[in-house]
Design a protein around this ligand. Structure first.
Ligand code: FAD
Length: 295
């Protein structure tokens, strides 16, 4: 219930104005969103962590905004090191205007990223954008086979999706639970976890490069066990977590020799991202409300 309410609030412009104008929101935002992306990336990479950087923004309504997002990524690509990844939301690149717009814009980012030795991953968003996401991904892969895509385990067809992607040699596939609302999606923790494990089995057994995006200790453990069972080298898959969530665990996994990538969001359009993080963990909500009230 609370999760659904917070996800609804994440789409409310009125709530956004209220939350964004509170000076006390700053501390909460800083926990999850990099305010100096260059400094955060340097610190993480110095500590042996990999990064995927997300320029916050989604749901543009005209071409100029989509071009603005492309320019922000082109600028970002000049500021992050080789080996980094950038996470891109196709709705920020114009997916709601047309698939072709999103494809052209994503291709521009992929071309520049390739020159810098940086990979690109396409985030998964609201469920009505998922067919467009996979169609753009398939088209982009023809020229840019390294482009990654996200699968949300809460969608009942996630397993079939993973089975298909697992056949593609080296395809970079990020598996996560899913952070939005979706009609027909699994809602119970046990159903989502079961789906996550089924997807993991496909990905670890197949030819793809799995990117296991979860903070859930049980699923992290299962991923490592399945990787070992399939004789995977530690360099043939990676763990991923969000900036600000379980940083000690991120460092622990990296120290064990795992590839550990931290998803680092930055930029002024942080509101929907922050609300999704609060929806994942109601305990964070109390912390957030206290800081809003100045207590
Ligand atoms: P949970 O059961 O939510 O959490 C497990 C444990 O992790 C919790 O008990 C807690 O200890 C800790 N934890 C989890 N969340 C928080 C938090 N916000 N604050 C503090 N502690 C927390 N979703 C999409 O729909 N599309 C995407 O493209 C996408 N990309 C992602 C990329 C990465 C790298 C990651 C890590 C997640 C991404 N997500 C994406 C979000 C994902 O779908 C989940 O909503 C989110 O990761 C929480 O699920 P969990 O697997 O960590 O498990």
């Amino acid at each position: 219930m609370l999760r659904q309410a917070l996800l609804a609030v994440s789409r409310s412009e009125r709530a956004e104005r209220l939350v964004s104008t509170s000076p006390l929101t700053k501390d909460v935002v800083r926990r999850y969103v990099a305010d100096d992306v260059g400094a955060v990336v340097s610190e993480l990479t110095r500590g042996g962590l990999l990064v995927s950087v997300d320029h916050l923004g989604e749901e543009v309504t005209d071409r100029a905004q989509a071009e603005g997002a492309v320019h922000a990524y082109l600028d970002l690509l000049g500021r992050i090191p080789e080996g980094a990844d950038v996470s891109v939301k196709l709705t920020a690149l114009g997916l709601r205007l047309s698939e072709q717009t999103a494809l052209d814009n994503a291709a521009t980012i992929c071309e520049r990223a390739a020159l810098r030795g940086i990979t690109v991953t396409l985030d998964a968003e609201e469920h009505d954008t998922i067919p467009g996401l996979h169609s753009v991904h398939a088209m982009l892969r023809k020229e840019h086979p390294g482009v990654g895509v996200v699968v949300q385990a809460y969608l009942p067809d996630a397993h079939e999706r993973c089975a298909r992607l697992a056949e593609l040699d080296g395809a970079r596939v990020r598996l996560c639970k899913g952070a939005y609302t979706a009609a027909g999606a699994y809602t119970s923790t046990s159903d989502i976890d079961r789906s996550f494990v089924r997807c993991l089995r496909e990905l670890m057994a197949g030819a793809a490069y799995p990117m296991v995006a979860t903070h859930d200790p049980r699923l992290v453990e299962i991923a490592s066990t399945l990787a070992a069972l399939h004789g995977r080298d530690p360099s043939s898959y990676e763990h991923q977590m969000l900036y600000g969530v379980r940083p000690d665990e991120q460092r622990r996994l990296a120290a064990l020799g795992c590839r550990m990538r931290v998803y680092v969001p930055y930029g002024s359009d942080w509101y929907p991202y922050l609300m999704r993080r609060l929806a994942e963990r109601p305990r964070n909500l109390a912390f957030f409300l206290r800081s809003l009230l100045g207590r």
